[in-house]
Design a protein around this ligand. Structure first.
Ligand code: DGL
Length: 262
């Protein structure tokens, strides 16, 4: 089956890496909307238009048979519309609020995401449904996506940015930080240094892939060394250049390393 993953940029690679190993005999397409990243600080209508273009390309031109929107921001504003428009399964991503609450329903939970996701109706409803004891705090991190796209993952500027953003929260009272943007997974090493050891990480990557398996009716296998083939696109242009491929490989390598950090 042809499975497309879509994100505004490199963040979706943190989901793709795992997906290719648990579906090693399928065929993947990966679309990063590099011309328009970041999404999370733009107007909602603008982001909707980008998502429409991306899915048109993936479903109509590339004949994808399922689409995983590996972007919390795009899911927040456009997944419902895309599901109405296309017959193929469309799987979205939302901050893993329920997973975090199920794991620890006593201590506080910090949910970090882009400004659009934090302000969005979808997240508000999710919190209303599951956070009965008011344990969740929200944190918008508008600049982290741009750091990631510049491949500035570890630097004094990144560290200072995160330190300032985390300062208002009583972190020793939190069980976890929910990484509600796929780009944020790239910063787990810096975050690990800044967060107390009592705090863990929660993301929706594996849960989303389980949902993909269920929706496409193909069982996943335990992640191994074998990876499914993948074709990469930047905003609809096939990626072929040596430097562009090297950039992807660096990001995939980093995504896999960050996935090991708990
Ligand atoms: N990876 C996207 C997400 O999960 C980042 C959106 C952006 O470009 O701001 O929300």
């Amino acid at each position: 089956m042809r499975i497309a993953l879509f994100d505004s940029g490199l963040g979706g690679l943190t989901v793709l890496s795992h997906a290719r190993r648990v579906f090693p005999t399928e065929e993947f397409l990966f679309y990063a909307d590099r011309d328009h990243v970041p999404y999370g600080t733009k107007a909602v209508g603008e982001v909707r238009a980008y998502v429409r273009d991306a899915l048109h390309f993936l479903v109509e031109t590339q004949r994808a048979e399922a689409v995983l929107i590996a972007c919390n921001t795009a899911t927040s504003v456009a997944a419902d519309e895309m599901r109405r428009r296309y017959d193929v399964p469309i799987i979205g991503m939302e901050p893993a609020v329920k997973k975090a609450l199920d794991a620890d329903g006593r201590r506080r939970i910090l949910v970090a995401a882009t400004p659009i996701t934090v302000r969005g109706e979808k997240l508000r409803r999710l919190i209303e449904e599951y956070d009965k004891d008011g344990l969740i705090d929200l944190l918008a991190l508008p600049q982290l996506v741009e750091f990631a796209e510049r491949e500035e993952f570890v630097s004094p500027r990144v560290e200072a940015y995160l330190r300032d953003a985390l300062a208002p929260f009583a972190l020793e009272r939190c069980s976890t930080i929910v990484l509600g943007c796929t780009h944020f997974n790239y910063f787990k090493d810096t975050l690990r240094r800044l967060l107390p050891q009592t705090m863990g990480f929660t993301d929706g990557n594996e849960g989303t892939i389980e949902e993909l398996a269920r929706r496409i009716g193909i069982p996943s296998v335990p992640a191994g060394a074998e990876k499914a083939p993948c074709t990469f696109f930047d905003s609809g242009r096939l990626i072929t250049g040596t430097e562009a491929i090297a950039r992807l490989e660096r990001s995939i390598e980093r995504a896999e390393r960050m996935a090991q950090i708990r």
